[in-house]
Design a binder for this molecule. Structure first.
Ligand code: AMP
Length: 271
C-alpha cells in the first residue's frame, strides 16, 4: 500500500478508481465503506485529512483523534491501494477559493454549525480534483452531508458517481463514530437510546400516528436520561427541511449533546 502526503505524488487513475474520504480514526463504519469501494472500483483510495475548515471555532478540531499509524495498518489489512494523507499546508493556500451549497444547508447541521458545509463541500471538491475518482463512497450516518455532496456533484456537473452506504452500528444500536471515544462507559450505555427514539419516530410516521406527538415524547425521554437535544425531526431528504408528509424520501434526524460529546444520527423512513 502506498501513502502519499503531497498532491504531486498522486498518480492519475489508470483503472476505475474508488475513493473513500475520511478524517481518520477509522472504525468499522469506515471499513464498511472501504469494502463497498472494493466492489465498486478496481483501485481503492482512502483519504485521511482532518479538515480544519469544517470545524467551528469552539469545536473539537484540536482534540479530534489522529491515530495515523493504526489507520494505515487498517487500510493495509483491507487491501487499500493507496492512502492520501496531506498536511493542512498542502491542502490550503492562504486565501483559498471555496464552494457553497445552498438550500440543503439551510437547517439542522448547516444552521447549528455555520460554515461547516462550506468546509465539507470545498474539501470534497478538492479531493475529487486531486484524486479524480470514478466513484466516491460516503456514509448515510452523515445524512445531510450526503445531500450536500449529491447537490455539489449535480450542480457543478462533477463527473463522479456517488455511493451512499448504511450506518454501521454497535450491538446496542449506537452509530459507530470516531467521536464515540469521548464517551464514558455510562454515556455509551445511555447513547443507545438515540436509535430507539429514531425507530419509534419512524414507526409513528409509517403507521400514520401523530408524528408530532411522538417526536415531542422522544425529545422528552432523551432529555430525561441526560441528553441536551438540539433537534429530533422528520425531514425531506431533497430539501433537508422539515416535513409532515414525505415518507418516501423522508428521514428522522437527531443531534444532541451527552456531556461534552455531540452525537448525530438518523434513520430513513423507507429503507
Ligand atoms: P468521517 O471520518 O467522520 O469524516 O467519516 C468518513 C466517512 O465515513 C463519511 O462518509 C461518514 O459518513 C462515514 N461514516 C462515519 N461513521 C459511519 C458509520 N457508523 N457507518 C457508515 N459510515 C460511516
Amino acid at each position: 500500500m502506498k501513502v502519499f502526503t503531497t498532491i504531486a505524488e498522486v498518480p492519475l487513475p489508470t483503472v476505475r478508481r474508488a475513493l473513500v474520504p475520511t478524517m481518520g480514526a477509522l472504525h468499522e463504519g469506515h471499513l464498511s465503506l472501504v469494502r463497498r469501494a472494493k466492489e465498486l472500483g478496481q483501485e481503492v483510495a482512502v483519504s485521511i485529512f482532518v479538515n480544519p475548515t469544517q470545524f467551528g471555532p469552539n469545536e473539537d478540531y484540536l482534540r479530534y483523534p489522529r491515530p495515523l499509524e493504526r489507520d494505515l495498518e487498517l487500510c493495509e489489512r483491507e487491501g487499500v491501494d493507496f492512502v492520501f494523507a496531506p498536511s493542512v499546508e498542502e491542502m490550503y493556500s492562504p486565501s483559498p477559493a471555496k464552494v457553497q451549497v445552498p438550500l440543503v444547508t439551510d437547517e439542522f447541521e448547516g444552521k447549528l454549525r455555520p460554515g461547516h458545509f462550506d468546509g465539507v463541500a470545498t474539501v470534497v471538491a478538492k479531493l475529487f480534483g486531486i484524486l479524480r475518482p470514478d466513484v466516491a463512497v460516503f456514509g448515510l450516518k452523515d445524512l445531510q452531508q450526503c445531500a450536500v455532496i449529491q447537490k455539489l456533484v449535480n450542480d457543478l456537473n462533477l463527473r463522479v458517481e456517488l455511493a451512499f452506504e448504511p450506518t454501521l452500528r454497535e450491538d446496542s444500536g449506537l452509530a459507530r463514530s470516531s467521536r464515540n471515544v469521548y464517551l464514558s462507559d455510562e454515556e455509551r450505555k445511555v447513547s443507545a437510546q438515540i436509535y430507539q427514539s429514531l425507530q419509534k419516530c419512524r414507526l409513528a410516521v409509517l403507521e400514520d400516528r401523530n408524528a408530532e406527538e411522538t417526536i415531542q415524547e422522544e425529545i422528552s425521554s432523551l432529555e430525561a436520561v441526560g441528553f441536551k437535544v438540539q433537534y429530533l425531526e422528520w425531514i425531506d431528504r431533497s430539501t433537508f427541511h422539515s416535513t409532515r408528509t414525505n415518507k418516501e424520501n423522508g428521514a428522522i434526524v437527531f443531534a444532541g449533546y451527552l456531556g461534552n460529546t455531540r452525537l448525530i444520527d438518523n434513520i430513513l423512513i423507507t429503507a
